[in-house]
Design a protein around this ligand. Sequence first.
Ligand code: PA5
Length: 464
Amino acid sequence: MITLDYRYSDEMVIGHDNGLNLNDEFNKYKDTIAHIIADLNKRKDKPGQWLQWMNLGYSEETVWYVKEYAAMVQGRFDNILVLGIGGSALGGIAVTEALLKPYWNLLSDEQRNGLPKIFFLDNIDPDTIKGLLDVLDLEKTLVNVITKSGSTAETMSQFMIVKDLLEKELGDNYRYNIVATTDKKTGILRQIAEQEGYKTFVVPDDVGGRFSVFSAVGLLPMALVGIDIDEVMNGIKDMDLALKNTDIFENIAAQNALIHFLMDTKKGKNLSVMMPYSSRLKYVSDWYVQLWAESLGKNKDKDGNDVHIGPTPIKALGATDQHSQIQLYNEGPNDKVINFIRVAKFDNNLEIPNIFEYTGIGYLGGKTINQLINAEADSTRVALSDYSRPTITITLERVDGYNVAQLLYMLEVQTAIAGELYNINTFDQPGVEQAKNYTYALMGRAGYEESAQSLQEKMAPLCN
Ligand code: PA5
């Protein structure tokens, strides 16, 4: 199981002004946390609570269908092209980057065991879209279009471009190069898929985009490139079991949620840095940023009060950002909680050859890069504590499906518990909708005429 070390956020280590008396706080919040965990588990099956993501680890039917389809198309495609944005892309990117052999798309067919390369279009930069489409052989590409709403402008515009090209190239058979992941019943993509006869998978009801990585949204891309999704499911199930424990002293998601909440509300530290010391986990930080920001940044609490709260998440990478951000973290404003992710055993053990005797670098010879990266994580943590900066260290035994699934699921539960502590709705995103509506208005979507009018009025002074 992954572990959480919070000692460097305790006042015993970093002092009372910036640290917390965690034993006292855990005792003070024991009942509140027990109630939150019990309540989340009680509500999770009720429609409309947006807690169905807590059941995804047990969705054997989805796993079966995903594996069946992946096996059916195996050998037919050289590339998987995933179209989606936000919660429909970030989870898939995070897990495939973590679990595939590094530089997967540069490996030969043989090195990939005949499995396809994988690309996520994600953004809507015309140059990168065109650039990717120029190099992909579309006939040998399976396009997985993912959108829960079925109408997100970024995803659907990408899809319209790709579908048009596919149809021009493959004629009527183009539909066999498309698999759509969308809502079971509603949305335009569902309608199109049914009319045109695409293979489809479902984004389950009451699972928001940022909590959907363990539905077909993430499982299908993983299975298509040969990632063992049973191992992933085992990781979620074991973590889910551990996190059902209502005792805060035994529940790492509750501990980290409470620490972040108290650091924000009592110590003025409302920035949360996610800093894995593993390049394979780099995109877990992107995923975390969305999860934390969209879930916790809200202007109203559940009682309707104006609160404008939310800790700001920041992505970083160890050891790279020691040479970029750590100066600020050590000496700048003491307003952050820094989450390190540490990997105990890397797949490779890379020895540094003993080839130079210069005093400044000779000490490296005979050591391993593995020792170096973890020494850097440990020393940065201690240096930060010298400056009284709170850190948390999450340790994964290794970067594999079991551990990565545990990590992501733990962070999801942590977010849900933090949302309850802040007393806000963790699962809506009205602030995202506002900008989406303005975009629809600007692009002339029917039904958005009023927004277009108000937008024009607001933009007029800027145009003069
Ligand atoms: O987490 C969320 O709900 C959002 O980030 C969505 O995933 C994102 O806006 C994409 O939405 P959709 O899947 O409907 O295309």
